[in-house]
Design a protein around this ligand. Structure first.
Ligand SMILES: [Zn+2]
Length: 282
């Protein structure tokens, strides 16, 4: 509902909003959200929550978080009911709770404790990366992490850059989702093991090297910075496709390397080295 802020009206029962296509009035509450996600049969269903804007006043955020907890309980009841039905697509569907509370540490912690008691399949931290400084986001993660169950997946919603991911893993996060690798690629911003490269820069006009010399992706094996830059500049769709392919490969590879480093006990060294490299503009 966050992106529809101008069109919505939040009540205890759920959210009323107007369709951005034809203005039609639509209602969605926790039960409707669970039914939709159950019909999709996704591996993970996310709880129905309110993601407050940043900045939001303390009182509004407190009331919103309490309602989000009441909504979560309704989500659990509805999900249990749906799983007991014969025709349900995915009876193993997991339900993740979402921690909210804006930038207020006490609300965040109190909420995480409450939802931890409800024994969900996983715990997301929501409502971050909505315009606050990265340092604030890291502080919130550090504040709530000790109260998130140790044996459940921790998911940071809508994050982020390779550095954000590295910093969050160092603070105990397991799972991420973000439009960044694909959206930034379409604008010529490529993530590499040497830092962030903007292919629009004139210096790449005749540069025959690959996007990333340390990358094994099909794009880096066959195409040059100059050629992909030319495609992007000419508005050729292939330029965007190649850039997206590289960035998605890079993100997958980054997570693979992180898992490997965690498994063999060398994450700390990896973190210290790459936290200062991955965000550098090259
Ligand atoms: Zn590549």
């Amino acid at each position: 509902m966050f992106s529809l802020a101008k069109l919505r009206n939040i009540k205890e029962e759920g959210v009323y909003f107007n369709s951005h296509i034809d203005g039609r009035k639509i209602f969605m509450g926790p039960e409707e959200s669970m039914r939709i996600q159950s019909n999709l049969g996704s591996t993970i269903a996310m709880a129905f929550d309110e993601c407050v804007e940043n900045p939001s006043p303390y009182e509004y955020t407190r009331d919103s978080v309490q309602r989000t907890t009441r909504w979560l309980k309704r989500c659990i009841t509805e999900m249990d009911r749906l799983k007991s039905l014969d025709g349900t697509l995915n009876k193993q569907q997991m339900l993740f709770a979402i921690n909210q509370g804006g930038i207020f540490r006490d609300l965040r912690i109190e909420h995480m404790k409450e939802i931890a008691d409800l024994n969900l399949d996983g715990y997301a931290i929501g409502g971050l990366a909505v315009g606050e400084p990265a340092e604030t986001m890291y502080e919130i993660i550090e504040a709530v992490e000790p109260f998130a169950p140790k044996d459940k997946t921790r998911y940071l919603m809508g994050v982020g850059t390779p550095v954000n991911i590295l910093e969050s893993v160092a603070r105990g996060v397991d799972l991420f989702d973000c439009v960044m690798p694909s959206r930034n690629a379409r604008h010529g911003q490529l993530f590499t093991w040497d830092g962030v490269r903007n292919l629009n820069n004139a210096k790449y006009e005749t540069d025959e090297s690959p996007i990333d010399e340390h990358c094994d992706c099909p794009v880096c094996k066959s195409f040059s910075r100059a050629y992909i830059r030319h495609l992007l500049k000419s508005g050729e769709m292939l330029g965007m496709r190649l850039a997206v392919l590289h960035n998605l490969y890079f993100y997958n590879n980054l997570m693979e390397v992180i898992r490997e480093k965690l498994d063999n006990g060398t994450f700390a060294e990896f973190y210290e080295k790459y936290r200062n490299i991955l965000g550098v503009r090259i």
